[in-house]
Design a protein around this ligand. Structure first.
Ligand SMILES: NC(=O)c1ccc[n+]([C@@H]2O[C@H](COP(=O)([O-])OP(=O)(O)OC[C@H]3O[C@@H](n4cnc5c(N)ncnc54)[C@H](OP(=O)(O)O)[C@@H]3O)[C@@H](O)[C@H]2O)c1
Length: 281
């Protein structure tokens, strides 16, 4: 695959273990396993070099196929996967990553996440010890969590040795998560924003549509650019090649500070997904 202009435009963020992650990537939640290889191929063509999958999505194989077929050097693609909710436990966390690697056709991932804390099950601390082992043995270059609340992060800090490199949380204009972002900032944890365009819902917000007109951009580009400017790592999903290209085309303009603040002001603490304190038990 030849060089793509978009690729060089995507900035990287240095995680707390010095590993660099492209701030913009491609999410494959709800992409049919049979269509995943094509979607990831389209994303590579458009310049994406960061793929966010999960055991739960059942499409790691398609991601791996697209990586193999792309011919891209392994160190030019950043790959994240996540431990499924049934796999908590120290040994299980390592074993399940080995199975993911087999499906992906890789010998390591770049980031391995605990998908949900499942606090009632109360195994996330033991699971994190398995993550530390996987990191030490080179099965993954970094470890992090997803959907963790401050109380869950506090327990990892008190009972284990490794601060998560990232926390991947639901975050979009109507759920801007100011408290968690502040917690992350204080503790050196990078914020990854899932459902960055609210699964499409953010795109019809009046203020977003007005900003799209002002900047001559699409609503999706306005929202994704806002994420980039407030320091979030994002990976919007699309199965549509035109939208895949549209979403990454956000590195040649900048929102003014007061427009960033306007989007921040849309916060209504409104989740689309489940509450992490009760989900998955
Ligand atoms: N850790 C977690 O618990 C968790 C939970 C959810 C998601 N995630 C991750 O976050 C990624 C992104 O989140 P998401 O997939 O939930 O939602 P999203 O990226 O906010 O939105 C995806 C939806 O928006 C549409 N869309 C994409 N680009 C568009 C554009 N330019 N204009 C209009 N519509 C557009 C897509 O439809 P088309 O496909 O038809 O374009 C799709 O229906 C996931 O793929 C996954 O990797 C993680």
């Amino acid at each position: 695959m030849g060089s793509v202009e978009g690729m060089t435009q995507v900035p990287s963020i240095k995680l707390n273990n010095d590993v660099e992650i492209p701030q913009f990537g491609f999410g494959v939640f709800q992409i049919d396993p049979d269509e995943t290889a094509k979607a990831v191929r389209d994303a590579f063509e458009a310049g994406y070099r960061h793929i966010d999958t999960a055991q739960m999505y059942q499409n790691e194989q398609g991601v791996g196929q697209a990586i193999a077929e792309s011919g891209l050097p392994r160190d030019e693609v950043f790959v994240t996967t996540k431990l499924n909710n049934g796999g908590h436990g120290t040994e299980s966390a390592v074993r399940e990553l080995e199975k993911s690697l087999e499906r992906l056709g890789l010998d390591h991932v770049d980031l391995y996440l605990i998908h949900w804390p499942q606090p009632k099950q109360d195994l996330y601390v033991q699971t994190w010890r398995g993550f530390e082992q996987a990191l030490a043995s080179g099965l993954t270059r970094s470890i992090g969590v997803s959907n963790f609340q401050p109380a869950h992060l506090d327990r990892l800090a008190a009972e284990t040795d490794t601060v998560p490199a990232v926390n991947q949380i639901e975050l979009h204009p109507t759920l801007t998560q100011p408290e968690l972002r502040e917690y992350h900032r204080k503790h050196g944890i990078a914020t990854e924003a899932w459902s960055p365009i609210g699964q499409g819902e953010s795109l019809t917000e009046e203020a977003i549509v007005a900003l799209a007109e002002k900047y001559g951009r699409t609503p999706a580009q306005i929202v994704l650019r806002w994420h980039i400017q407030i320091g979030n790592i994002v990976f919007p999903k699309s199965s549509n090649p035109k939208r895949i290209a549209e979403n990454i085309d956000i590195f040649d303009f900048e929102l003014a500070d007061d427009d960033v603040a306007t989007i921040e002001g849309l916060n209504a603490d409104k989740r689309r997904g489940p509450n992490p304190d009760t989900f998955g038990n």
